[in-house]
Design a protein around this ligand. Structure first.
Ligand SMILES: C=C1C[C@]23C[C@@]1(O)CC[C@H]2[C@@]12CCC[C@@](C)(C(=O)O1)[C@H]2[C@@H]3C(=O)O
Ligand SMILES: O=C(O)CCC(=O)C(=O)O
Ligand SMILES: [Fe+2]
Length: 314
């Protein structure tokens, strides 16, 4: 992905608005590195259960499934591991307390991947700004602040072969809560996006070297609803295990996120209240298993609009 052409920017805008995601190719992250990342992850999950349990999930990080999937009735057929991409060495000391070659190789590969993905995520953000009509010379203070402070969380998913795939789910339907996610997946399809009207699940093809990009809820807010945070899920299959590595980009947990003034279309108003990622997670957790979405809870109401207009009218 060098300098994006107008045509590529238009395609990004269309996919982000209509689908909430797309496949990124020609991004420059070496294919050979992606293969090494996948090998290391398979090695990690192949460790004996007792060794993985040493790093049991707590405080949002570690080995285990994220709590939200426990609120779904279908059997979840996956293992997971979440960590801060900036903290690989201390996190994986929990798995390999004595260090050693396996530990060093794992950390080296994850750090190399993080470095490449971080650089790529800034290019993707710039591409999104352009797709919103915010050109390079019009990037304002907020846009630069977002670019400079974006945080990165990595999550590893392992979906073993499943004897009865139709009775299980790899990862239950969800939206990602942050800005956007870059997903590396094995050459085994499994990621599905919910296409709107008429609703149907569409499988993202497994293209060698491609990364899937998925828009998250806070980006939906930032773009005043122009980019769609897409519901997605992972299915499992009988014949092949599958690995995926979502690389989550978001703001620092306590930074207020509100619609970017430059992204609000002429004649429109800000449609969402400002919220931090931490606050958003609390709202979202309360909405799990309910019909309404957490994003709907953050929509500015007619009453709030009127109240906002009132002082100027006095
Ligand atoms: C940065 C993050 C995104 C995530 C919550 C987390 O703090 C770490 C785990 C991530 C994950 C992975 C599986 C699906 C998901 C919805 C979940 O429950 O945990 C995402 C979270 C998210 O995007 O909100
Ligand atoms: O396995 C996949 O492709 C999707 C993973 C995912 O959506 C997630 O971990 O948030
Ligand atoms: Fe996801």
């Amino acid at each position: 992905m060098g300098d994006a052409t107008d045509c590529a920017i238009a395609a990004v805008a269309r996919s982000a608005q209509e689908w909430g995601g797309f496949l990124l190719v020609g991004h420059g992250v070496p294919m050979e590195l992606l293969t090494r990342v996948e090998e290391q992850i398979k090695g990690l999950f192949a460790l004996p259960a007792l060794e993985k349990e040493r790093a049991a999930r707590g405080g949002g990080y570690g080995y285990g499934v994220p709590p939200y999937i426990l609120s779904f009735s279908k059997l979840m057929w996956s293992e997971g591991y979440t960590f801060s991409a900036d903290d690989v060495r201390s996190e994986f000391r929990r798995i390999w307390p004595n260090g050693g070659d396996d530990y060093m190789r794992f950390c080296d590969v994850m750090e190399e991947f993080h470095k490449e993905m971080r650089a790529l995520s800034k290019k993707v953000l710039d591409m999104f700004y352009k797709a919103l009509g915010i050109s390079a010379d019009h990037i304002g203070e907020v846009e630069s602040q977002i670019r400079d402070t974006m945080t990165t969380t990595m999550h590893l998913n392992m979906y073993p072969k499943c004897p009865e795939p139709e009775r299980a789910m790899g990862l239950a339907p969800h939206t990602d809560s942050g800005f956007f996610t870059l997903i590396l997946q094995s050459l085994v399809p499994g990621l599905q996006l919910l296409r709107r009207g008429p609703e149907r699940w569409v499988t993202v093809p497994a293209v060698p070297g491609a990364l899937a990009v998925v828009i998250g809820d806070l980006f939906h807010i930032l773009t005043n609803g122009r980019f769609h945070s897409v519901l997605h899920r992972a299915i499992v299959n009988q014949d092949h295990e599958r690995v995926s590595v979502p690389y989550f980009l978001g703001p620092p947990k306590d930074m207020k996120v509100a619609p970017l003034p430059a992204a609000i279309l002429p004649g429109r108003k800000a449609e969402f209240r400002s919220v931090t990622w931490r606050e958003y997670m609390v709202v979202r957790e309360k909405m799990f298993g309910k019909d309404a979405s957490a994003l709907a809870m953050l929509r500015v109401t007619e009453d709030e609009r009127d109240a906002e207009l009132a002082p100027g009218m006095n």
